[in-house]
Design a protein around this ligand. Structure first.
Ligand SMILES: *Cc1c(COP(=O)(O)O)cnc(C)c1O
Length: 343
């Protein structure tokens, strides 16, 4: 195999510490959302590390994602958020995962397929995306329900929807018998134990995302992209660099050209904002972020050679803000050119 031209440096200790903090904060066992290949971090590695730390419940979106995980460690349970659609019968029959049934059509399908096999249900409490209505929930029978879920629409804000959804979920719990109840994503978990019930389903915050201010100072960064120096040059005073000639040097400036760009999920809007983060100093990006290249002013740390690796600052809150993206998009946009290195 050819060597990967970029690296994602991934911090196992931070991942596990984030999971533990969420478990404590939510006052309930924390699962882990590992859909979209663990938000780009690598679903199987995340599953193994969190299972070793004690996590038991994992969530993917599709049966394809469930299958890609391969055999699961002892005691680990997987649930599929999109449930069982008309084309999922075979995959579901061959999987150990539970579907999370979202509609009455899915309920009928599963009851015809495997009424005794444990499944989960999603009840809609106001998101109006996936899930049974409270009324339909009251008519469900003939299933073996493990967990009744709902999902919060606005947990990342102090919004009146939160308490409204909480009340509706309590109502659903009083009306429908399941082995467990689960409401909170990362943001809901950060609000506190009222939203914890029997199981939380964090995703973003596991990977270093900050969904609410309560997480600041507790949730640690997990992901750092590292790029290689392709070329070193001196930009002469008065000369410009990159597309659009947006940066003009006011002095002779030593520059390193790195092999990362927006095709690697390094947002183009970080032009003029991004930097390489070294132990003692930051090196600013200059000029535009290209598809596969960026330029760095290395004046403050000039002793590099072609092929050296440099870490890009990847504070998710700040990068998302500067890029005009959500933290979710920043993580899941990272692209396929990285080798992943866990420490
Ligand atoms: C993706 C997802 C989660 C995780 O959400 P985060 O905001 O990443 O913590 C939890 N529950 C459901 C139903 C989801 O789809």
């Amino acid at each position: 195999m050819t060597h990967k031209p970029l690296r994602l440096h991934l911090d196992s200790d931070a991942l596990v510490a984030n999971w533990r903090w969420l478990q404590e904060r939510g006052g309930a066992p924390a699962g882990a959302a590992i859909k979209a290949d663990g938000y780009g971090v690598g679903a199987r590695a995340v599953l193994d590390k969190l299972a070793e730390a004690g996590a038991r419940d994992f969530f993917v979106s599709t049966w394809d994602e469930a299958e890609a995980l391969g055999d699961l460690p002892e005691g680990v349970r997987l649930a599929v958020l999109h449930g069982v659609g008309p084309d999922d019968g075979e995959a579901a029959a061959n999987s150990a995962a539970r579907p999370i049934l979202n509609s009455m059509a899915q309920v009928s399908r599963w009851r015809a397929m495997a009424p005794e096999r444990p499944c989960d249900l999603m009840v809609d409490t106001g998101m109006n995306r996936l899930g049974l209505s409270l009324e339909d929930l009251g008519t469900v029978e003939g299933l073996t329900v493990d967990t009744l879920h709902s999902h919060l629409a606005c947990a990342d804000e102090d919004h009146s929807m939160n308490t409204r959804q909480l009340e509706r979920f309590r109502d659903a719990k009083a009306r429908f018998d399941a082995a467990r109840y689960s409401l909170a994503n990362s943001a809901g978990t950060c609000i506190g134990p009222d939203y914890g019930f029997d199981l939380t389903r964090p995703g973003l915050a596991l990977y270093g995302g900050i969904p609410r201010t309560e997480a600041r100072g507790h949730i640690r960064p997990v992901v750092t992209p590292e790029a290689q120096i392709l070329q070193l040059r001196t930009l002469k005073a008065g000369e410009s660099i990159g597309y659009g000639a947006t940066f003009v040097a006011d002095r002779d400036t030593p520059v390193a050209i790195l092999n990362i760009g927006y095709a690697d999920g390094y947002p183009r809007n970080l032009s003029g904002h991004g930097h390489v983060r070294l132990a003692n100093t930051n090196l600013p990006l200059i000029g535009r972020v290209s598809m596969d290249l960026v330029a760095v002013d290395i004046t403050r740390s000039p002793d590099w050679r072609e092929g050296d690796w440099l870490p890009l600052d990847f504070d998710l809150e700040q990068v998302a803000e500067q890029a005009g993206l959500s933290q979710y998009e920043v993580l899941t946009g990272l692209g396929t050119r990285y080798g992943r290195r866990w420490s």
